[in-house]
Every structure is written in structure tokens, then in C-alpha cells.
Write a protein that binds this ligand. Structure first.
Ligand code: UDP
Ligand code: MG
Length: 213
């Protein structure tokens, strides 16, 4: 009896733990686009670390605004304390329990910071990794810049730096999760609808049902 009660209590507690999917890939691989699709279909809250940092940069009175702008322009990574706290606040504010964390963790500092402060408060379901060549990613980001993204890093100079950071700092994080069998790799060179078909397979595989409106 006591065992049963404890078992159902632990099931109840497990349900409360926020579930997280990390979404990684080169700049311009299509993380944001696919996250929009996923959140519509599966009801996840889309939290883009880059968007949260850009919002914080714009926030009047932010003590981090200048530092964030400098890092973004140079394709460098903002210290994890800032990013993690923005993510944590956004998760709490949403009141929801399933999150797509887009563009994070991007380096060892990010990974260690998340593990220190958030990994015991959340359950990592898997890591979605969008694979796309540097030439196609560069073309997409420059196209996005020319179409008026307004981003201070959608230019050739920043893009070279972002790619270096991606190859040197983010790839080892993807490999770290790959060694744990947590990475679902998706070919991101196709058109968004085709890429999403593959994304759906990854979500359906772990039994995440589409939401019924
Ligand atoms: N960034 C960061 N930490 C993060 C996410 C983003 O420092 O966890 C900064 C970094 O400078 C990065 C920029 O924000 O180059 C843009 O990130 P975003 O994910 O928006 O770019 P994307 O990869 O989607 O093009
Ligand atoms: Mg993005």
C-alpha cells in the first residue's frame, strides 16, 4: 500500500519536472524556423537563447546590454550566468512544462552552468541537431540580413566569427551529447517542410503526441 502510494506520488512529481529539448546547429541551419513548427505541432514553448539575449540587450537599464551586443557582434558566447537566468525566468513565467531551448548550450561554460543550476530541475528529452553546410548557412544568413532581419550579426564578418565559435565550441557539446545517445541528427539542407517531416519522426519516436486543437 505504502509502496503504491509512493509510486504514484513519484509519478506525479515526475510529471511536474519541466521537459527540455535542446536545439543546436550552425547559425542559419534553421533552428528558429523549425522550432516555430514544433511548438505549433507539439505544444512546446519555444525559447531562443539568442532572442532572450537580444531582448535583454534592449531592456532599458540592463547592466548587460553593452556586453551582450559586443559578444553577439563578435560571434562570442555570453557568460552562462546571464543566459541561464534569462532561460530560467522565461520558463517560470510561461507556466508551462515543455520547452524547446534553441541555440543553447553553445560551449563548455554553457553546459557546465546548465548542469550546475538547471539539470536537476529539468529533464532533458533529447538534443535536436540540424546539420547544414557552412556555405548554405552563410547564404541563408546573408539573405536574412538583406531582407531586413535587423540583426547586427547577419553580415559576412560576424558570420565568419560565429562559424568559428560553432566549430570550436559548440561541436564538442554536440559530441558530448552524442556520446550519451541523446542526439537526433536532422539533414537541414532541404526546404522547411521536408526538414520538419524528419523532425516529426524524432518527436514521434519518443512518443510525443501532436496536440489536438
Ligand atoms: N548567444 C549566446 N549564448 C547563447 C545563445 C546565443 O551568447 O546561449 C549569442 C551568440 O553571440 C550568438 C548570438 O547570440 O552568436 C546569436 O544567437 P542565435 O541563436 O540567435 O543565432 P542563430 O544561431 O539562430 O543564427
Ligand atoms: Mg535563431
Amino acid at each position: 500500500m505504502l509502496y503504491r502510494t509512493l509510486q504514484s506520488f513519484s509519478k506525479y512529481v515526475n510529471k511536474m519536472v519541466p521537459e527540455v529539448v535542446f536545439v543546436l546547429g550552425a547559425p542559419g541551419a534553421g533552428k528558429g524556423t523549425q522550432c516555430t513548427y514544433i511548438s505549433k505541432e507539439y505544444g512546446f514553448v519555444h525559447l531562443s537563447a539568442g532572442d532572450l539575449l537580444r531582448e535583454e540587450r534592449q531592456r532599458p537599464g540592463s547592466e548587460y546590454g553593452e556586453m551582450i551586443e559586443e559578444k553577439i557582434r563578435n560571434g562570442q558566447i555570453v557568460p552562462v550566468e546571464v543566459t541561464c537566468s534569462l532561460l530560467h525566468k522565461a520558463m517560470q513565467k510561461s507556466g508551462k512544462s515543455r520547452f524547446l531551448i534553441d541555440g543553447f548550450p553553445r560551449n563548455k561554460d554553457n553546459l557546465e552552468g546548465w548542469e550546475r543550476t538547471m539539470s536537476d530541475k529539468t529533464k532533458l528529452l533529447f538534443v535536436l541537431f540540424f546539420e547544414c553546410s557552412q556555405s548554405m548557412c552563410t547564404e541563408r544568413c546573408l539573405g536574412r540580413g538583406a531582407a531586413g532581419s535587423g540583426r547586427s550579426d547577419d553580415n559576412l564578418d560576424s558570420l565568419k566569427k560565429r562559424f568559428n565559435t560553432y566549430l570550436n565550441d559548440t561541436m564538442p557539446i554536440i559530441q558530448h551529447y552524442e556520446a550519451q545517445g541523446l542526439v537526433r541528427k536532422i539533414d537541414a539542407e532541404k526546404c522547411p517542410d521536408e526538414v520538419f517531416e524528419k523532425v516529426k519522426e524524432a518527436f514521434d519516436e519518443i512518443g510525443l503526441k501532436t496536440i489536438v486543437c
